[in-house]
Design a protein around this ligand. Sequence first.
Ligand code: MBD
Ligand code: FE
Length: 266
Amino acid sequence: MTRTLDAPTDAARRSDSQQRVHEFATDAITAVRDVLVRHAMTYDEYAAVKQWLIEVGEAGEWPLFLDVWFESTVEQLATAPRLGSKGAILGPYYLPDQVELATPATLPMRHDEAGEPLVITGQVRSTVGTALNDAVVDIWHADAQGLYSGFGLEGPDGTLRGRVRCDEMGRFEVRTVQPAPYEIPQNGPCGSLIAAAGWNAYRPAHLHVVVSAPGHEELTSQLYFAGADHLDDDVASAVKAELVLHPQDSGAGTSVSYDFVLDPLG
Ligand code: MBD
Ligand code: FE
């Protein structure tokens, strides 16, 4: 006799957390089984998918895979109740504990850092309008080749990353260089999937931020550039119209401005 995933006698002895895992895992397994049936998966295809999943792990691409194809859904669920600024996914390339910088700040960069100069200015406020003077804008982005420090960029740790402390009016100014679009590595399993399916492999150029201030919900977001490539076909489905900035030409490069509005805790 085959036993179903949920024999009636099991339900009574499960704790709340077991029940949550049970319901989630049962639905996930059932959803995948339905896909196998709907597409009449062959044994050769099963073997290929199994090998591909093994390679995702061996290549260390589970964070990339999950954040590209699933984090946007979780992010939308998590931030739907918020009244402040729109959030966006954290992605796989956040590194904590970066250098703290006073505003106006210049992100750590190589002496010959490629890319057009870019200045980001703005203010951090609460949803009730108060300037948050003790806010910190943790910012990181790819270089002019689309590479992140710690993940393929050749250069010192901490390049194009920093935690910028705002002034007494919650204002910040960050000098850096324009990032390039990000391409999912072609030589890894996620790149293989994209090529095999004929999908777009790019994310539009973006800046990542985690904005925090005491007594307020932390805001994880991303900022994009109007007119840039791949705003409409982001492989990670993470673009929101509110997060697309309009670059101004300021003579000495490009400048963008964005104010972050944080929800009070509780
Ligand atoms: C990125 O740079 C990124 O921000 C996300 C979410 C996924 C892959 C690469
Ligand atoms: Fe990114």
